[in-house]
Design a protein around this ligand. Structure first.
Ligand SMILES: Nc1ncnc2c1ncn2[C@@H]1O[C@H](COP(=O)(O)OP(=O)(O)OP(=O)(O)O)[C@@H](O)[C@H]1O
Ligand SMILES: [Mg+2]
Length: 476
């Protein structure tokens, strides 16, 4: 087959060029030229004729009446269940037929394991699944499937990297769900770029997306993550697909979290928690229990009542404060945003907490989870204050916790779902939960109210949790 001519276009300004250049002649940006298939003369002629014909016809064309949305016919969409409640919840209730999902994660985190298990469930529930492996041979995929169980061996696998062959096979097999592992290994013969280059990845994703839309097949693209932690390949891929999932965790630990960065068919707040075992990825139905198992009421530890989507989640936030002569002192944050930590340290220094200008501060969310909600601020501040004073937050042995956003003026700001957070805390036998005063106005159940210690400001919250122990009674 004759190679299609290619052109290079700047991703920043759109300038076209017939050869690759390091710097775009149009806008002067570096490394922005990517390869794409050029339109041939014949294409141009066809497009030109169609355009002119459209122009002539446009005056005579019959106008069409727009339809009110309520009257648009739409069949109920039957989602494909993946057999994993955690994955289904993050997807918004299962895979939508005809949609394209991109799942990214660092090497060895378990992307292929998760996808193999999902296809196995779809296949054993009577659906048609297909696993396209560009990275591993069929024998390697089989080895993994053997770990997952007999039902995983029923999934048909295609070890192939040519886009044309994959598309032809998809057309023949017509699967309901197909995993492409990974999108960076497929290559289109129409482009000269190496597999995984920006142009190739765009072309591969666009062709697969067309197939998904036309044939109603749910396609899951597995993508690599760069050193910086972002999905490799062009960011345009994230715009083109319907759902972007991020699979993360620390490789040395067994917990993995799955979260949606974008979802056209569901919320992006949900997380799924998994544990890597010899037999594959187990769902963790009660993550609070797993994350709190080792929590002890010691100095520098604070329990955060977080909300991840529709689920309350208790996690332990730990802090270590150590004097240092290094300037500037070190600020290390694992599981929370580093900028957020800097802000909390500044608010602590200004509004009643310790001033830590000559101390290293390390903050860690135990279990390798990452917490993104602002309700975590108070727990970080409490853990740091407790570590600085070398005093645990609870006097009587049972651990205590908190939640709330810390404002720049030292006030505690309202966060939603106080009732559900408190009920989860009650379930785990926590002693007291410090929360923003405004959350105390919410409708709280009796069990939740008995735990709540509302505080209007960060200084008052620190007093309530760490202040004069004798005066710190529930009545106060
Ligand atoms: N017998 C086993 N017991 C426990 N965990 C295992 C076992 N075998 C493999 N694993 C885990 O599975 C991981 C590999 O899973 P998988 O191949 O699904 O990852 P991946 O994200 O697809 O990797 P890649 O980026 O290389 O494609 C390993 O890093 C390891 O943590
Ligand atoms: Mg893999």
């Amino acid at each position: 087959m004759a190679k299609t001519a290619t052109t290079f276009a700047c991703t920043s300004c759109g300038q076209a060029s017939f050869r690759w250049m390091g710097r775009c002649p149009g806008c002067g940006e570096w490394n922005t030229l990517v390869e794409g298939a050029a339109r041939t003369r014949a294409d141009e002629r066809v497009a030109g004729r169609a355009g002119r014909a459209l122009g002539r016809r446009s005056k005579a064309a019959e106008p069409r009446k727009p339809v009110v949305l309520a009257e648009v016919e739409s069949g109920a969409v039957e989602r494909l269940r993946t057999g994993s409640d955690e994955l289904d919840r993050v997807l918004g209730g299962g895979l939508v037929p005809g949609s394209v999902v991109l799942i990214g994660g660092s090497p060895g985190i378990g992307k292929s394991t998760l996808m193999s298990a999902a296809l196995a469930s779809i296949q054993s529930a009577g659906g048609r699944a297909l696993y396209v492996s560009g990275e591993e041979s069929a024998a390697q995929v089989k080895l993994r499937a053997e770990r997952l169980g007999a039902h995983a061996l029923a999934v048909p696998v295609l070890a192939e990297t040519s886009l044309d062959v994959v598309l032809a096979s998809l057309e023949l097999e017509r699967p309901q769900a197909c995993v492409i592992d990974s999108v960076q290994t497929l290559w289109s013969a129409e482009l000269t770029g190496a597999p995984g280059s920006v142009g190739q990845v765009q072309e591969v994703a666009a062709a697969l997306e067309r197939f998904a839309r036309e044939r109603g097949c749910a396609i899951i693209l597995v993508g690599h993550v760069t050193k910086e932690g972002t999905l490799a390949g062009p960011r345009v891929l994230e715009h083109a697909v319907d759902c972007v999932l991020q699979f993360e965790g620390e490789r040395e630990r067994s917990f993995r979290t799955l979260r949606a960065l974008k979802n056209r068919f569901g919320s992006t707040n949900e997380i799924g928690v998994f544990e890597m075992r010899a037999g594959g990825l187990d769902e963790v139905a009660d993550p609070s229990d797993r994350f709190l198992r080792d929590a002890e009421p010691v100095a520098g530890s604070c329990i955060l009542c977080a909300m991840e989507g529709t689920r309350p989640l208790l996690v332990e936030v730990q802090a270590l404060v150590a004097p240092t002569d290094v300037v500037p002192p070190r600020r290390v944050a694992n599981g929370i945003d580093r900028n957020r930590l800097s802000m909390i340290l500044a608010v602590l220094a200004r509004h009643g907490g310790p001033s830590l200008g000559s101390a290293d501060v390390f903050v860690n969310v135990a279990g390798g989870v990452r917490i993104e909600e602002p309700g975590a601020d108070l727990a970080v501040a409490m853990a740091i204050a407790s570590a600085t004073r070398d005093e645990p937050l609870s006097g009587s042995g049972a651990p205590s916790g908190c939640f709330g956003e810390v404002g720049l003026t030292g006030e505690l700001r309202y966060v939603a779902h106080a009732d559900r957070r408190l009920e989860e805390a009650a379930r785990f036998g926590l002693e007291q939960i410090v929360l923003p005063a405004r959350c105390g106005n919410d409708e709280l159940s009796a069990a939740a109210r008995s735990l709540a210690v509302p505080a209007p400001t960060l200084a008052k919250a620190l007093d309530a949790a760490l202040g004069d122990r004798a005066g710190r009674s529930r009545a106060a």
